[in-house]
Design a protein around this ligand. Structure first.
Ligand code: HEC
Length: 203
């Protein structure tokens, strides 16, 4: 019996089904995604990243933060993300509509950062943590990103924006000052806030 037509039909069906399931249906589902705009308050969510935050995103990518950190909050019943305080609701496609590529991440050696700006808004905290995670989080296994800062030696006047080092960590200097890229990364981290209520993300 000649099975060639059947095999060809099978191949065509497989391609057609995957094309519709992976490309056409998602496109159709997401085509109407629009940001939520509040004209009175002149706010928009989500909004495209601009300026330092946008550059900070590049620093986040090239420093490899995403190999240890995710940026996605799973819904209740699919893991303990909300219980751990990583977000007030699940994240959905609309949260990422202006991001390319999306930095969802695959590995959680450290906590999820989808809402780190809401959870930890302090510039000083992030500065100290990046400079040396041991300062804020004793026993942390996160590597130091101290090259994103310069130190101010004892006796030298600290410039504007300098962050004071705690006395126990002053062997390298009394203050740290973020480099341009360090400052951009701090801005990016503090902008990570996906807590805006969206109707399609009930929990
Ligand atoms: C080798 C894995 C690793 C890498 C790479 C890494 N981290 Fe972390 N990170 C961790 C771990 C583990 C923790 C939890 C302990 C701590 O707070 O230091 C953490 C914690 C954090 C926290 C605090 C989260 C919270 O909920 O308190 C922030 C913010 C953070 N990392 C940002 C970054 C940024 C930005 C980068 C890239 C410049 C980075 N991490 C790279 C492992 C990593």
């Amino acid at each position: 019996m000649n099975r060639t037509p059947l095999v060809i039909l099978g191949v065509i069906l497989t391609i057609a089904l995957s094309l519709s399931g992976l490309v056409l249906v998602p496109n159709w589902q997401f085509q109407d995604h629009k940001p939520v705009v509040n004209k009175l308050a002149a706010t928009q969510y989500p909004a495209p990243y601009t300026g330092a935050v946008l550059h900070g995103r590049e620093v986040y990518v090239d420093q490899g933060c995403l190999y240890c950190h995710t940026q996605q909050v799973r819904p209740k019943g699919y893991g303990g993300d909300i219980k751990r305080g990583w977000g007030t609701r699940r994240t959905v496609a609309r949260d990422y509509m202006y991001e390319f590529p999306i930095l969802l991440g695959t590995n959680r050696t450290g906590p999820d950062l989808a809402n780190i700006g809401a959870r930890q808004p302090s510039r000083d905290w992030h500065g100290l943590h990046l400079y040396n995670p041991q300062i804020t989080s004793a026993g942390s296994i996160m590597p130091r990103f101290d090259y994103l800062f310069r130190t101010v030696k004892a006796g030298d006047p600290p410039p504007k924006g300098a962050i004071v080092l705690p006395p126990a960590f002053q062997s390298e200097g009394t203050h740290i000052v973020p480099t341009e890229r360090g400052e951009q990364l701090l801005e990016y981290l503090r902008a990570q806030n996906r807590s805006f209520p969206l109707p399609e993300a009930k929990q």
